[in-house]
Write a protein that binds this ligand. Structure first.
Ligand code: ADP
Ligand code: MG
Length: 686
């Protein structure tokens, strides 16, 4: 009898070579095979005749095979196999390259349904490499699988059918319990597997997909909760008397109500038995740094050190300065530790950290280095979290017996996505901006208006303001291909455009290829008002705070997601002066224009993020897959929003009952969670 965990080689027709090819698709076992869901279906249920079939559009045609032509060898070692077919109305030639099997399977005088595009012309009709099934096939819906060299979709369908037929029912232990399935009307595993691979109707396929999407989200949530319950087993850094009062009293302004609420939540967590795991969400400029500083002040009261990790040197430096300003008056010593702190200065600093004389350390990845040892680390803050992976978070936690952790997200994330990305974290939201902010006036222009735009910049600079210009690339040659010329390369831009249109103005340049010291120097000069206009790449995207800057110009604005644009826009509007964001784009496709128009009329970062998610999908948030969490194979973060909420709630309820998923009836579920996180190289369960 076939087992779930058996290797695919147990199936007839799978030899070593096939097994190796399947392994490339991640298919090693029978279960892997069954869990490789189709990416689509061909619906053969309403075929048309050859004459009615449209040209160059995927369609299904019913035709009878007449005869196979002898193979024709062409240059390049290729062989063409042609089959003549047709119906009462017209003839249809089927062409297959290098694939004798497909042609051989087609029997003369039998009727088939062919799926593909009709080509030809002048009355001649042909289909190249069509998919097909016999016209009397009981399955009018056929699964289409991801293919790889040597493994085509039809072959996978055959293997799946064989596996489904010979796998005993008890091998299909369902990770989703019966009551749960009943509650959400989800089919059982065995049924769902049949439906997703061999659906009798679109409805069956849809219901099966829904079940697997739910299962995936449910397992993801559970896995993240397991990760979290691991870290909360140890006591962390319990604090007894902590009070943000003295910190508030030393500030030049009053914290907002939202900041106070977030600090209160942190205070509660600090005093609890388990370490804090909290996500701080807030729009650009909502004052997240102050909340972190309040936490650091409280930690210091209780004799603990704090660390803040930022994604770039520029940001780390700025945070160090801000924190020093806020915490210095309380007698708390703040130090900056980045890769460019070297030699004796570094040794002295490391010593002070190890001795506990430095209470707050701000840095880049460098703070994760082994040489950095804290005397008593109690509170860790990660700024702009999505650039750090789960692994780094773990490393940071390892610097002490699980310090309290605060993750500050750079941009607002829609609730559903934050459940997916940060499901293991509690959330504090800053839904209020500090008083006195006027929304940034945002407009979209074509480069035809460049002359006028520069006139406007000239006026702003003359009035003592400063300007950011963000361009996509560093040098013209950076990206090959035709579109390169259209992109505003930042170096050329500075020399040709900005210098010509703003003669006599001080123009700075900032990009990711510069050395950290150079970047710092430029940022310092800009912040000090020694530069009027700063041409930069998106290195200014996160965090940088220059209150006197009042205009943000973004060239080739169509290249960015709205959240990124919103983030860039947040660099201005930090001072009292009215601020402007000018989106320059010559792309006038409808979706691009609509997107930019939406940003022009929307100031709320959460609304912007939601728009991004709905129109561009979750890719912008998941970024370069650095988060270390499993990728979703069935569920879709954009369209399955309600299901994410449901799965998260169900996972939370189950976790109450069986935190470690150790009950025997949860064995299959636990395995499913393991599978999901293993595939991501993660370690939710061990
Ligand atoms: P972000 O949430 O984008 O990280 P920051 O922490 O950089 O925002 O804060 C943005 C600006 O707002 C800073 O210049 C900061 O000093 C200022 N700020 C923060 N909180 C307040 C407040 N309660 N009142 C006035 N200004 C504030
Ligand atoms: Mg910030």
């Amino acid at each position: 009898m076939l087992k779930r965990t058996d290797k695919v080689q147990y199936l007839k027709g799978v030899g070593e070579k096939r097994a190796a090819q399947l392994a490339k698709l991640g298919i090693l076992t029978i279960e892997d095979l069954l869990r490789s869901y189709p990416r689509d279906y061909i619906d053969y249920s309403s075929p048309c005749g050859v004459l009615e079939a449209p040209y160059e559009t995927p369609c299904v045609v019913r035709a009878t095979v007449y005869s196979r032509q002898p193979p024709v060898r062409v240059r390049g070692g290729r062989t063409i196999y042609r089959v003549d077919a047709g119906d009462d109305g017209a003839g249809l030639t089927l062409t297959f390259f290098n694939s004798p099997y497909a042609a051989q399977k087609l029997e003369p005088d039998r009727e088939y349904l062919f799926y593909g595009r009709i080509g030809g012309g002048f009355g001649r009709r042909e289909m190249t490499a069509p998919a097909f099934i016999p016209a009397d096939s009981p399955h009018p819906l056929t699964a289409v699988y991801h293919q790889t060299q040597g493994i085509n979709s039809a072959y996978l369908a055959k293997l799946v059918a064989a596996a489904l037929a010979s796998l005993p029912a008890e091998e299909l232990a369902d990770p989703l319990e019966e009551p749960l399935r009943r509650r959400w009307k989800l089919p059982a595993l065995a049924e769902a597997l049949r439906w997703i691979h061999q659906p009798a109707s679109q409805e069956e396929a849809r219901r099966a997909r829904r079940r697997f999407a739910f299962e995936e989200l449910y397992c993801l949530e559970l896995g993240m909760k397991l990760l979290r319950s691991r870290s909360s087993r140890s006591a962390g850094a319990p604090m007894s008397r902590c009070d943000p009062g003295p910190f508030y009293a030393s500030l030049p302004f009053a914290p907002t109500g939202a900041q106070r609420r977030a600090v209160e939540e942190i205070q509660k967590d600090f005093c609890a038995a388990a370490p804090m795991n909290r996500l701080l969400q807030g729009d650009v400029g909502s004052g997240k740094t102050l909340v972190a500083a309040a936490g650091m002040a409280m930690a210091a009261q209780c004799g603990y050190q704090s660390v803040l990790m930022a994604p770039t040197e520029i940001l780390a430096r700025q945070h160090a300065e801000t924190l020093d300003r806020m915490l210095g008056p309380l007698g708390i010593r703040v130090a900056l530790l980045t890769g460019s702190v070297k030699g004796k200065a570094r040794r002295t600093l490391l010593e002070a950290i190890a001795q506990g004389q430095t209470q707050v350390v701000v840095g880049t990845h460098a703070v994760l280095g082994e040489a950095v040892q804290f005397a008593r680390l109690g509170f860790a803050v990660v700024d702009e979290q999505h650039r750090f992976g789960v692994r780094q978070r773990g490393l940071l936690a390892g610097k002490a017996e699980n310090p309290h952790l605060l993750v500050m997200s750079a941009t607002p994330i829609p609730r559903t996505l934050s459940l997916l990305l940060f499901g293991e974290l509690d959330v504090s939201i800053l839904d209020e901006l500090p008083p006195g902010r006027t929304p940034v006036r945002t407009m979209a222009v074509g480069s035809g208006l460049r002359g006028r735009m520069y006139g406007f910049l000239e006026k702003q600079i003359a009035a003592g303001r400063q300007v950011f210009v963000v361009c996509p690339l560093i040098e013209q040659s950076e990206e090959a291909g035709g579109e390169t010329a259209e992109l505003q390369a930042v170096t050329a831009y500075k020399e040709e455009v900005a210098a010509r249109l703003l003669p006599g103005r001080r123009i700075g340049l900032l990009h990711g290829r510069m050395k950290p010291e150079q970047k710092d120097e430029v940022m310092r000069a800009f912040a000090a008002g020694e530069i009027d206009l700063l041409c930069s790449t998106t290195v200014v995207e996160v965090g940088v705070d220059v209150p006197n800057a009042s205009v943000m110009v973004i060239e080739n604005a169509e290249r960015y997601g709205l959240s990124a644009l919103h983030q860039l826009r947040g660099r201005v509007g930090r001072g009292a002066a009215e601020s402007f964001c000018i989106l320059v784009s010559d792309n006038d496709s409808e979706p691009v224009r609509e997107r930019l128009a939406f940003l022009c009329r929307t100031a709320d970062g959460f609304a912007v993020a939601q728009y991004d998610l709905e129109h561009r999908g979750p890719g912008d948030f998941f970024g370069r897959r650095q988060h270390g969490l499993p990728t979703l194979r069935v569920a879709d973060a954009a369209t399955d929003a309600r299901m994410i909420e449901t799965a998260a709630a169900e996972a939370a309820a189950l976790q109450q009952r069986d935190p470690e998923l150790s009950a025997p009836e949860h064995a299959a579920l636990r395995q499913a969670v393991e599978r999901l996180f293993e595939a991501a190289g993660g370690t939710a369960v061990n």
